[in-house]
Design a protein around this ligand. Structure first.
Ligand code: HXC
Length: 511
């Protein structure tokens, strides 16, 4: 019988072995590619000393292709729990040094265990992905493992926040677990996501495309809208996850975390008085307004490279997190098109699911006309944003800075679809359509000079906030310099808002 010392030494040796993953050579290779190991990532993500690892000695149960001859403790997946800023989170991280981080039945079971725990305890779950996809030797059991994870992603959606970092390859159906989560971060050059890789693409469509072009970080941040954030490297990606966590609650029953702020609530800003040009056709940068009015100018923008005609992100007012949705007149005049509608709709739904009030800054000339938008389904996509704002029961504050025309006026968190406080600047123009469009319809036959006169007339009569204010659709016309205090007042007034949608299985958002 072995002695006590021998038993303790055995545990120490097994722990050491598990921590080495696929061995020093593969760890070196991982570092040489500019990537950290799974354990290094977890150490950086969590508050020091808070990580508790689970299932460290799990091994795979495959026999085919000689798999039974190579078993590595942990089986290429590191799972467990720890804290971020003192708050409990669950983590699963693929260890690329072990079978390329590929998904076996055994390591899918490890993920399933932490996902179930996260749901039971009401804590966020964070996945650090770096994997060759389904473990070939595991066959259909690997696919079953993925499907078990997808199922839990969906059940967790809107209950606990789910965050995915793509820090290496992520191919095949494996991309669908991250896609079901709330936020995806990717690292430049080292990460990629695609349903099929460049070789299959070449065979099927005869396109020549690199991995980076097909599914690199920039592709998914700028073109596809699959990813929400792009980081230079693992380090930055992990810091971004920690910052993201600071804005969101641990589950749908909690309020987002308060971070007391020393930024005076009544800080006014004279610059805002001249930010909106008097000429309605001149662009300006809506981000200047956002940065000016939020606590400490700290804006955590989401999807900054995609559909830049709309801005979304988190900020705080008097320490309380909010979700900001804002048209960007500095990009495509801030028009609403399919991509910007979907981008904002998903964000509105996230905020609503997690009790984060919505602050909307509006300057929108309308929906983008044209065949490409109509054929692409702008009716369906615009309806998503409309649906999302209508459905959201969190406090909703809207500030119309300039244009609020047509259907876009209704969509952008108008009073009629449940906004609680609606402000407008004196520069606001709230009407069915812009002066030029209106005159060209109403006075088709007039000479250009007479048309110009009618345009002026229309602008005076309709392109202002006072018609809407007369009807109570705008609660108050405010000076731009006072925006911060006005928003803070509105948020304070709405803090105990309690509205519920009618009971139903679920709505039918126009997907
Ligand atoms: C088993 C795998 C593996 C896999 C990689 N490895 N992918 N083992 N199953 N899917 C192993 C390699 O054999 C190698 O082992 C080690 O991991 C590192 O891989 P390398 O190829 O040396 O690394 P690298 O050159 O960096 O290339 C990484 C890679 C490549 C691009 C990810 O390995 C690759 O293309 N893998 C296959 C990707 C793929 O097609 N997966 C299936 C997708 S379909 P050694 O012992 O030599 O170190 C899918 C379906 C999911 O995932 C469906 C869910 C519904």
């Amino acid at each position: 019988m072995s002695t006590l010392d021998e038993k303790y030494n055995k545990l120490e040796a097994l722990n050491h072995l598990a921590e080495q993953g696929g061995g020093l050579d593969r760890i070196k290779k991982q570092h040489a590619s500019g990537r950290m190991t799974a354990r290094e990532r977890i150490d950086l993500l969590l508050d020091p000393g808070t990580f508790t690892e689970l299932d460290k000695f799990v091994v795979h149960r495959s026999h085919d292709f000689g798999a039974d001859k190579e078993k590595i403790l942990g089986d290429g997946m590191v799972t467990g729990y720890g804290k971020i800023d003192g708050r409990l989170v669950y983590v699963h991280a693929q260890d690329f040094t072990v079978f390329g981080g590929s998904m076996s039945r055994a390591n899918a079971d490890k993920v399933v265990k932490v996902m179930d725990l996260a749901m039971k305890m009401g804590a966020p779950i964070i996945g650090l992905n770096d994997s060759g996809g389904a473990r070939i030797q595991a066959g259909v059991r690997s696919l079953a493992g993925y499907a078990d994870i997808f199922y839990r992603n969906v059940r967790s959606s809107g209950v606990i926040p789910q965050i995915s970092a793509i820090l290496g390859p992520c191919a095949g159906g494996a991309v669908y677990s991250p896609a079901l989560t709330d936020f995806i971060l990717m690292t430049k050059e080292n990460s990629y996501m695609f349903v099929t890789g460049p070789d299959v693409v070449k065979t099927v469509t005869h396109e020549d495309v690199t991995k980076e072009e097909l599914g690199g970080a920039m592709t998914h941040n700028e073109k596809s809208g699959v990813a929400h954030f792009m980081a230079d490297d693992d380090d930055q990606a992990i810091m971004m996850i920690r910052e993201l966590m600071s804005f969101i609650p641990s589950n749908n029953m909690e309020d987002p975390p308060l971070h007391p702020s020393d930024d005076p609530i009544d800080r006014s800003d004279e610059m805002l008085q001249t930010l909106i040009p008097n000429d309605p056709n001149k662009p300006y940068d809506m981000k200047e307004l956002i940065y000016s009015v939020i606590d400490n100018h700290n804006f955590f923008e989401i999807m900054p490279y995609y559909a830049q005609n709309i801005i979304i992100g988190f900020a705080r007012f008097d320490g309380h997190p909010v979700g900001i949705v804002a048209n960007q007149p500095g990009y495509l005049a801030g028009v609403l098109d399919s991509n910007s509608s979907v981008k904002a709709a998903r964000f509105v739904r996230f905020c609503d699911a997690f009790n984060i009030p919505l602050v909307t800054f509006e300057d929108v000339p309308g929906f983008l006309p044209g065949t490409s938008q109509e054929y692409g389904g702008i009716i369906r996509h615009g309806a998503k944003l409309l649906f999302a704002f209508c459905e959201a029961t969190v406090p909703k504050i809207t500030i119309i800075t300039r244009k609020a025309y047509g259907g876009a006026y209704c969509v952008m968190s108008s009073k009629h679809i449940g906004a609680d406080v609606n402000y407008a600047f004196p520069t606001a123009e709230i009407a069915v359509m812009g002066p030029d469009g209106a005159v060209s319809i109403l006075h088709k036959k007039l000479s250009p000079a007479d048309k110009a006169e009618k345009v002026d007339e229309y602008r005076e009569a309709f392109a202002n906030p006072y018609k809407a204010a007369e009807l109570g659709y705008v609660d108050e016309v405010i000076f731009p310099r006072d925006t911060r205090l006005k928003v803070i007042n509105a948020l304070e007034m709405t803090r105990n808002k309690s509205v519920t949608n009618p009971p139903r299985k679920h709505g039918n958002i126009p997907l």
